[in-house]
Design a protein around this ligand. Sequence first.
Ligand code: PLP
Length: 365
Amino acid sequence: MIYFDHNATTAIRPEVIDLITQIMRETGNASATHGAGRRASHHIEQAREQVAKAVNTRPAQVIFTGCATESINTILKTFKGERILSCANEHAAILDCGQAELEIIPVDGNGLIDMSVLESKLQTEPKTALVSMIHVNNETGVIQPIQPVADLVHKYGSLLHVDAVQALGKIPVDFTGSGADYMSLSAHKFGGPQGVGAFVFAAQKPIRPLLRGGKQEKRQRAGTSNVAGIAGMGLAAEMAITNMDTYTQLAAFRDDIETRLSDTLDGITINGQTADRVGNTISLSCQGVANTVQVMNLDLEKICVSVGSACSSGVAKPSHAITALGVSDEYALSTIRISLGWNTTKDDVETFINAYIKIINRLRK
Ligand code: PLP
């Protein structure tokens, strides 16, 4: 099988599997004060240091959660009843998290935030409490620089949350240097296990815990800690940083795919191609061929890519992240996402290119 859906979830690193299985054989609740508890707690604190180092912050600022969706919900719901701004092409964890106060800022043709609209909204009443922005778009791979947004947001006394879920391990992420106030992360996007996330918050910035009960995670997230998963996230974060070159080098595979498909097939468009992008993601529209049909035919060849759009009641809906770029529903419904990962090989790329050309030529006949 060729797996080109690493933005949905990436392959867990073998070293991480070894660590998780070793820790799962140990018994101990990290809140207990006896030896077994202290050992469990040590695994968590080590992971906190690894994650903190990976995003350049202090361990005390890192809180582990069950996923990035939980992290994002915790931060956005901290500002319940206050004005929050975000963009039209953000992840559903932001847009559909039930915050009635969320106001949407348009994006340009590459999916980058319209800074003049952001500034005019920041200037108007009621005062904006929080701006939430995606650092690397999960559909297109386009990179939104944090620092200029942080500077503007702070100029008007508001706070900035950064969804860095698709960024860590693909580009350098510097929480402290960027000036962000909050950041959300997810282990399964950078070689760790599913079901573990984290948020980072700058000192003195408010957090209203989503889960209340026990005193775990510095009283910011109640519930018995997932020791093995958290340890796996820590190791994965460390390895993602050490091996970041692998992701930047994927740009050569990405360019090869984009060039050869565009040269061979008519009606191919790459979304966000003129913007700064991470090396592993291709958002490709193939004129006149439904993305569901593309994905199904690739699946028959044992190649996994993503359709990018939600399917409800058997009807494909265009991806909001693609229509936000100012294109038609029909265009969005012909768009697939190809996302490469740390274990992608040149052979995988060759097989994919040949299969895709064969499928599209056959479908268009
Ligand atoms: N934000 C982005 C940009 C994502 O790509 C995802 C996952 O697809 C999430 C948030 C949610 O992450 P999780 O699966 O950990 O809830």
